[in-house]
Ligand binder design. Structure first.
Ligand code: APR
Ligand code: ZN
Ligand code: ZN
Length: 362
């Protein structure tokens, strides 16, 4: 039977979000209904609300979530009711060229639940943020979006892996392939950059240089594992990074802002044989001009990182285990826990740079 639950809806461009009654259908073939326990507030939710992603309102927001599977539809074998799961953006197909080559993070046939949740008030279909929609007591997803993890971890912590924290850790360990002894520079120390710092530390980086324009962010970055900090509003970050790496530049530079000037800094701050990892997402009108001789003359590699190039079934349980063993402090990313009706205020705090993550508890 379909169920009615409370959920946070973005009704239209730049309108405040509202808690509404939403109707969650019974899971169809390949689908699951998840009882959401925690869901982090991410910039992408704000972009949905502001119209930066599309105009397919109304949106059901929330996409960094963990919870318990309540029911599954026919054909679902990987998860069962009662499983504690972390949700991811899309289920991969397992059949396309990318999947068959063992690189499912490049899958070009990903999918979400086929059925739609609806607004009780007028029956309109809801577009779930990143195919999840988890600022809601229950949500409907494709079963392949659910990854089982150790249920002893707190849901607020587990849910973080659903987006920004995984993107950052993955940028370091999957895309950047940071290894023991490396020097790593991270430009932009918000949630994603800080997670990249945590990832670099986990991988055994010897030097981790945090770069930001905000002293508060640099202080947090140090707590998370940065060994050096550079305030790029007062110092040239490329020079500072070179100085801190014996004149060479960092082995791996991770850009976690998404702006032309920081892309450029990342390009020049790497060692000639180093790797630049781009995880900050630019906007469509942004461009970058570089002397071709520099593009040609510098070796190494330039990689973009999509969702931390993660493989949820491999990476979510592993990172939860490391957290549980005390080797990775995911709890450091949870600044506050809030209720469903406080999401609008959490957006303001996020915009002001006051929080790493506000997490809605359900
Ligand atoms: N140089 C250095 N740091 C900067 C600059 C700059 N020119 N401009 C902004 N920053 C810093 C901010 O002070 C902040 O600490 O970058 C950080 C950005 O952090 P958040 O706004 O919290 O964003 P976050 O969630 O970490 O995401 C960063 O990664 O996945 C992408 O879409 C995401 O593009 C975004 C980026
Ligand atoms: Zn595929
Ligand atoms: Zn997100």
């Amino acid at each position: 039977m379909a169920q009615e639950v409370r959920g946070v809806v973005a009704p239209g461009r730049n309108e405040p979000v509202r808690v509404e009654t939403i109707v969650v259908p019974e899971p169809g073939p390949g689908e699951a209904v998840v009882q959401v326990q925690a869901c982090g507030v991410c910039h992408t939710d704000l972009h949905y609300k502001q119209g930066g992603i599309s105009d397919d309102y109304p949106f059901l927001l929330g996409h960094e979530a963990a919870g318990v599977v309540e029911a599954v539809g026919s054909g679902v074998t990987d998860v069962a009711p009662g499983d504690f799961v972390v949700l991811n953006w899309r289920a991969v197909c397992g059949q396309c060229r990318a999947c068959k080559r063992g690189r499912p993070w490049y899958c070009f046939d990903t999918h979400n639940a086929e059925q739609k949740m609806t607004l009780k008030s007028d029956g309109r279909q809801l577009e779930p943020a990143l195919g999840i929609g988890a600022f809601a007591e229950k949500t409907l997803v494709a079963a392949g979006q659910c990854t089982k993890v150790d249920p002893s971890v707190s849901p607020a912590v587990a849910g973080l892996l659903g987006c920004g924290v995984m993107a950052g850790i993955g940028a370091a360990i999957n895309t950047g392939q940071v290894t023991r002894g490396d020097s790593v520079a991270v430009i932009g120390c918000g949630g994603v950059g800080d997670a990249a710092i945590a990832g670099a530390r986990l991988a055994g980086a010897a030097r981790i240089i945090a770069v930001d324009i905000d002293e508060r962010k640099l202080a947090t970055a140090e707590k998370i594992g940065a060994t050096h900090t550079v305030n790029s509003s007062t110092a040239d970050p490329v020079e500072a990074i070179r100085e801190l790496t014996g004149g060479f530049g960092a082995d791996v530079v991770i850009e976690a802002v998404g702006r032309p000037e920081t892309y450029k800094q990342a390009f020049y701050a790497r060692d000639l044989a180093g790797t630049v990892v781009l995880v900050g997402v630019p906007t469509p009108e942004m461009t970058l001009e570089l002397p071709l001789l520099d593009v040609f003359g510098r070796g190494g590699s330039l990689k973009s990182s999509w969702y931390g190039d993660c493989l949820p079934s491999r990476d979510f349980p592993m990172l939860i285990d490391l957290h549980t063993q005390g080797r990775l402090d995911l709890g450091a990313f949870v600044t506050e826990t809030i209720n469903l009706d406080e999401v609008e205020k959490a957006f303001e705090r996020m915009h002001a740079g006051d929080v790493l993550r506000s997490v809605v508890m359900l």
